[in-house]
Design a protein around this ligand. Structure first.
Ligand SMILES: [Zn+2]
Length: 251
């Protein structure tokens, strides 16, 4: 059960007098809970590592029966000072961290999500990302990368090219969360959300983008609204998670 790897601290809590529990996102093992016994006193073993939003290399062991993880020691790599000084950026980061925790990333496929999260944090620390777009971009990219990318080129019912309806303007297509993609006007689907080809192109761009590209994205308010609403509904339907009052609820 013992391993040493890079991890981002998602949450920290105290129990008993000097003991600390942490929720870590480990690059190879995904999200794990680990206990640092005596952690609040031991500056030698955990110097600066036991705080949320800290990137560190941790040596993780287990108890004798192998039923839980024990943090043996940590080496601080980066504390993201540029994010901590901005309440606005910190709010966006907290949203992303809660999402990662809620998705319950296990060892399978942890590394790409870990890399996505780190690049997101580094981008936001060093650049501006427009108008609170970051959590939406992160959620969409993470969800699409899980093999859940919607079909954004063809109508999911009749198979015609969505771009063929471009003349119809703003209401050319709709988005069906249940069917996982665009529905053209002819096929009409009362359950589908009004959507535009512009918003579909934005989702397509997000699926091919990486966080370093995100600072250059600037969206019109209507496109932003449509994209954000569809991403939230898509995440709710396919991952069973809804953002409510500052936390992700399983639905
Ligand atoms: Zn159709």
């Amino acid at each position: 059960m013992e391993f040493t790897e890079k991890a981002l601290v998602l949450k920290v809590g105290r129990f008993r007098e000097t003991d600390i529990w942490t929720r870590l996102f480990c690059a190879g093992h995904g999200v794990v809970t680990a206990f640092a016994f005596g952690g609040s006193k031991s500056t030698r073993r955990f110097c600066g590592c036991l705080d949320p939003l800290v990137l560190a290399t941790f040596r993780v062991g287990g108890n004798k029966r192998g039923t839980y993880h024990v943090l043996e020691e940590g080496t601080l790599l980066h504390g993201f000072p540029g994010l901590r000084v901005s309440p606005r950026k910190l709010g966006m980061v907290v949203h992303c961290l809660k999402f990662v925790e809620a998705v319950q990333i296990g060892p399978q496929g942890a590394k790409p999500v870990f890399d996505l999260l780190l690049e997101t944090l580094e981008t936001l620390e060093n650049h501006e990302v427009g108008a609170e777009l970051l959590p939406m971009l992160f959620k969409a990219k993470l969800t699409f990368d899980q093999g859940l990318k919607p079909d954004l080129a063809l109508c999911v019912r009749c198979g015609k090219l969505a771009e063929d309806h471009a003349d119809a303007g703003h209401n050319a297509v709709a988005f069906s969360v249940e069917r996982g993609g665009l529905v053209c006007r002819q096929c009409g689907d009362f359950e589908a959300q009004p959507f535009s080809l512009g918003a579909a192109r934005v989702l397509e761009w997000i699926s091919h983008s990486r966080p370093a590209d995100w600072p250059k994205l600037d969206l019109e308010p209507e496109i932003r609204r449509q994209t954000g609403r569809v991403v939230d509904r898509f995440v709710a339907y396919h991952l069973g998670l809804r953002w409510e009052n500052g936390i992700y609820r399983k639905i």
